[in-house]
Design a protein. Structure first.
Length: 129
């Protein structure tokens, strides 16, 4: 029974539709330049239940996930992480915050600060391409 549960969990995990995040901003920026795509940067705070809920509800198993993976280079950044990121561009007191940047690292539209819910994100995605 335990083996069956493990196989089922593994199957669900592998088939889950989710955003393929970069964890390093510099690598993501290079990839955006190479693929001629915009950056979508999610800035979160460690040990935040709201940030965790945002990732699981808005960035997993949603109809727009494939579009995100095709049209953007997604980057997940944790506040005060060791890898560098443009702190002056991504400065906020609200977590989570979602930024949309073009490949030159300029804002392509206003960020979503807090309350990143699927319907709101879906609307933004059509505006920020």
């Amino acid at each position: 029974m335990r083996l069956l549960s493990l196989v089922l969990l593994l199957t669900l995990t592998l088939s889950a539709n989710h955003v393929r995040w970069f964890s390093n901003f510099e690598d993501a920026h290079k990839e955006a330049l190479q693929q001629n795509k915009h950056l979508m940067v999610l800035l979160i705070k460690e040990d935040s239940l709201e940030c965790e809920n945002t990732i699981t509800t808005s960035f997993m198993n949603q109809t727009y996930i494939d579009g995100i993976n095709e049209e953007f280079i997604p980057v997940l950044i944790t506040k005060d992480q060791k890898q560098s990121y443009p702190i002056e561009m991504l400065y906020t007191f609200t977590y989570p915050t979602l930024f949309f940047l073009n490949k030159q690292e300029l804002f392509s539209c206003k960020p979503i600060r807090g309350d990143i819910i699927p319907q709101r994100l879906k609307n933004y995605l059509t505006q920020c391409k």
